[in-house]
Design a protein around this ligand. Sequence first.
Ligand code: R5P
Length: 310
Amino acid sequence: MQGFKLLSGTANRPLAEEIARHLGVELCRVTLSRFADGEIFVRIDENIRGADVFIVQPTSAPAENILELLLLIDAARRASAARITCVMPYYGYSRQDRKDQPRVAIGAKLLANMLETAGTDRLLGIDFHQHQLQGFFDVPVDHLYAAPVFVAHYRKKELRDLVVVAPDAGAAKMARGFAKRLNGALAIVDKRRPAANVAEVVNVVGEVDGRDCLITDDMIDTAGTVAESARALKRLGARDIYVCATHALLSGPAAERLSAAPIEEVAVTDTITIPPERRFPSLRVLSVGELLSKAVRYTHSDQSVSSLFD
Ligand code: R5P
């Protein structure tokens, strides 16, 4: 690809390599190291003057991933890249998207401001926590869905009398999309959060008795939401229960909770690196590498990316 450079930070190099493999390119050489006190140092080791630069880095924890991304964007801008696209498969801080309590920060907006200040010209992301986060940016945003990757996966399974279940009202739109594509019915869990990271199922709206269920969410953090939802569905007579979520944060007790819950399989994507200690036997990781590689290719050649939504 002419005048094209693909860079990766350290947050998810395997995904960047997968994107590079699909594009048939090598990752651009970059030095990413630390000073003795932990300060991050980045240097782009190839000439990128006049190049169309894509930088792959999810902003999952630790927060150093954000700083590393900002430094890479800054280095690319100062090295005279013609255009910089930030490929951010997971938008960390996206849950802090409004002032819903006194004296809180809006982290998602702050991150958008920082990326633009550093010099990104475009952003490519997948399954933002809220679609309208696109509006936090003044540069163009291509917001992809992992749904085609999951739908292809579930079409291969013989799910019977499928009901797609939104584990909370916020996930209903996503679940409706899956139900339409997989010819399933829709159910919605009425979830409450009595405290942060504590999920409580109050009610399930929809018929699940004797049916296979697919719970869909944008992310699994501590897994309270999907584990409690699965238990509630089982109590109501659900047959096999599957879970899919784009972003596998899988923090704290997640692996333990998901292993103990009545779930056949938990499918996630590789937007975030999943270390071995967060994996468990029923976890299935699907790659968004090909999807992102197509989006990168189309962006580089100024083609529409809308075919990727099908
Ligand atoms: C909530 O709005 C999100 O879509 C997820 O349902 C939530 O962040 C998952 O958190 P946890 O896995 O800790 O219940």
